[in-house]
Design a protein. Structure first.
Lengths: 259, 394
């Protein structure tokens, strides 16, 4: 069983997201530790990108902040941070990154460094099912699981994607890109149902609204929930002092899921 | 599995949310591209509304003045809305309508594609929203008002470098949010498959006409066919029917900005490396970690950090040659063609004219060059005046 699969054993997984380097890489390290302490089962780390086309304004701004710190926030610096923090936490760490930084770094070198530093999986929002074949063999070689995304608009693609899915399946909640609200629960229910018909791979639903009830509802529906923009918003608001606020938020959300 | 490849370039690197939509678009296009009724309707629009065929004009004065090859201009600047963009937009807007879409969205740099899209939307009764970098809304304020006159809503994009690349980002986000009733009318031969193919097909009318026209006028093929390249739609349209004619040299002129040895440039082939962005694998201006570079050119239409995947392929196999042209050279050409031929060409097209001015004198008099004048330059007059130190605002 992979480290990611273990995170979903006998519990509903709360998955937190943050953008590496926002506000600094030292703080990212601290916030990851706080999230684990507060009960996060898995943490997604965004590698900042100049043009995050699948992101709403909240996470776009985090990317801008991370890239504009003096000295920048390069892929190598993110790997170094992961290497440090993975010795201090036991939950699986997964990268959320656009394909270009991975492509430019080199698939072989990137996956090797994931393996070496303690990254268990990769989410690449601009690499759909059809394009994954160029990366899959390299990722498998280094035990890095390529996480599949499924959207309500996936329709007849759901089962094709789900059958091949590794690690967990990231269900993008609505027609809206990450960070916005207004999703229809009925669509999500149907999507999760269709996924469950063909695979045992855990399903986690992403959502942006800061709402306990919705978290509870989604966690009943699936094996976990992914919270991105709510956490990034807290970091934006409190900056260097966000640690305790991130902790409190994750703790209350993780508790909300248990009920 | 992976579709829309030009060598290693192209593909469909987009969020899952959009996958079914591009598959539907590909299917719809496959159904309509050989449909006699669709083609009849499109050809009628191109002929009676856009003013096609566009002229192939023999520039006798320039030919004599430069003293070398015979120079012909393919006058896309004379199309309705003032550029080649209308060719593609009429095709895609008609396709949107056939697909049952009620709303079209588009990015724009100089505003030419935005104006063309707003025009087609007005004509075909579609709702229209245009995304334009904030910087470009300032550089091309008249075109913003023009789009609004045509009934479009214009969004000034404040993210990133606030230029064309960011307008594309925002358009993709908008399409992701609302695919049901909306088609993204992409303005260049870029983005995920099937866009590079669809835009190329709709723009290939340029070379289809030019090839017939030159055979009619000269009884032989040209030696050089050239055009400016940002994303590359007018160049691909100008090249396409000549690709099979191996004797015809194809030249794309990129915007070098202040020069390819500076960081104020948008010359993708000259300074870029292979990458994956905006749905496609191709060449991009980027740093060693794959962060897309802020690019610069005096021309808002060429101010883009990538190039269409088919151009990347033509470069790889050396079928086409891509050369950088600086702001200064383009402005000189802008003024030269105005004074010599009485044509105010777009600053984008002037990049091609500038390179033409370098190569024509070195060629024999029996050689023929066709250069695409992709658009008219009325929109650029104030910017050129400012470049020359004349304090002129629109």
């Amino acid at each position: 069983m992979s480290k990611i699969n273990e995170a979903f054993q006998n519990k509903k997984a709360f998955i937190g997201f943050l953008t590496a380097g926002d506000p600094t890489l030292e703080k990212t390290e601290e916030f990851i530790i706080e999230m684990e302490k507060a009960g996060a089962a898995l943490i997604q780390i965004g590698i900042p990108f100049s043009d995050p086309i699948a992101e709403g304004p909240v996470i776009q701004d985090a990317n801008v902040r991370a890239l504009s710190v003096p000295g920048g926030c390069t892929t190598d610096m993110v790997f170094d941070m992961v290497k440090r923090v993975s010795k201090k936490v036991s939950v699986p760490l997964v990268f959320f990154t656009y394909l270009n930084p991975v492509y430019k770094y080199g698939y072989e070198k990137f996956c090797a460094r994931c393996n070496e530093t303690g990254i268990s999986g990769l989410i690449i929002p601009d690499m759909p099912f059809e394009e994954r074949v160029e990366l899959t063999p390299t990722a498998e070689k280094y035990n890095v699981e390529l996480i599949s995304l499924i959207a309500p608009t996936s329709e007849d693609r759901v089962q094709m994607i789900a059958k091949e899915a590794k690690g967990y399946i990231y269900v993008v909640p609505s027609m809206d890109i990450t960070g916005a609200s207004g999703e229809k629960t009925t669509d999500i229910e149907k999507v999760v149902e269709n996924i469950k018909k063909v695979t045992d791979t855990p399903v986690a639903i992403g959502f942006g609204a800061n709402d306990f009830e919705q978290a509870a509802k989604y966690s009943r529906l699936a094996d976990g929930i992914i919270v991105a923009s709510a956490i990034v918003k807290i970091i934006a608001e409190h900056g260097n002092n966000a640690g305790k606020y991130v902790y409190e938020y994750v703790k209350s959300m993780a508790r909300g899921m248990e009920n | 599995m992976s579709k829309g490849r030009y060598g290693v370039h192209g593909g469909q690197y987009i969020p899952e949310t959009l996958m079914n939509e591009v598959i539907k678009l590909e299917e719809a296009y496959g159904n309509y591209k050989n449909d006699p009724d669709f083609n009849k309707e499109l050809n009628t629009l191109l002929k009676e509304y856009a003013g096609r065929p566009s002229l192939l004009y023999y520039a006798e004065k320039m030919t004599k003045d430069l003293g070398g090859a015979k120079i012909y201009f393919k006058r896309e600047d004379l199309n309705h809305t003032g550029s080649h963009k209308i060719n593609n937009v009429l095709g895609q807007a008609l396709l949107a309508k056939k697909m049952g879409k009620t709303r079209i969205i588009a990015e724009t740099g100089a505003g030419q594609h935005g104006v063309a899209t707003a025009t087609a939307a007005a004509l075909l009764g579609l709702e229209c929203e245009i995304f334009m970098g904030k910087e470009d809304t300032i550089r091309q304020a008249l075109n913003v008002y023009r789009m609004e006159l045509l009934g479009a809503k214009v969004h000034a994009v404040e993210s990133g470098t606030k230029t064309l690349k960011d307008a594309v980002n925002e358009c993709m986000r908008e399409w992701t949010k609302r695919v049901d009733d909306t088609l993204y009318v992409l303005g260049s031969v870029m983005g995920p498959h099937p866009f590079p193919m669809i835009v190329r097909d709709f723009q290939s009318v340029i070379s289809r006409e030019a090839r017939e026209q030159i055979l009619e006028m000269e009884g032989k093929l040209p030696d050089v066919v050239m055009a400016c390249v940002g994303g590359g739609s007018n160049a691909m349209g100008m090249f396409y029917e000549f690709i099979k004619d191996e004797s015809v040299q194809l030249i794309g002129c990129e915007a070098a900005g202040l020069g390819v040895d500076t960081d104020k440039t948008a010359a993708t082939i000259a300074t870029g490396t292979k990458g994956v962005f905006h749905g496609m694998k191709s060449y991009f201006c980027q740093n060693e970690y794959g962060q897309i570079a802020p690019v610069y050119s005096i021309s808002a239409g060429l101010d883009y950090p990538g190039i269409g995947p088919e151009h990347a392929y033509l470069h790889d196999i050396k079928r086409a040659q891509y050369v950088p042209v600086t702001d200064e050279e383009a402005v000189n050409a802008f003024e030269y063609i105005a004074k010599t031929e009485g044509i105010i060409a777009a600053i984008e097209s002037s990049h091609a004219v500038a390179h033409l001015m370098k190569i024509a004198p070195k060629m024999d008099k029996d050689k023929i060059i066709i250069c695409c004048l992709s658009g008219r330059g009325d929109k650029d007059v104030a910017a050129i005046a400012r470049y020359r130190g004349v304090n002129l605002y629109e």
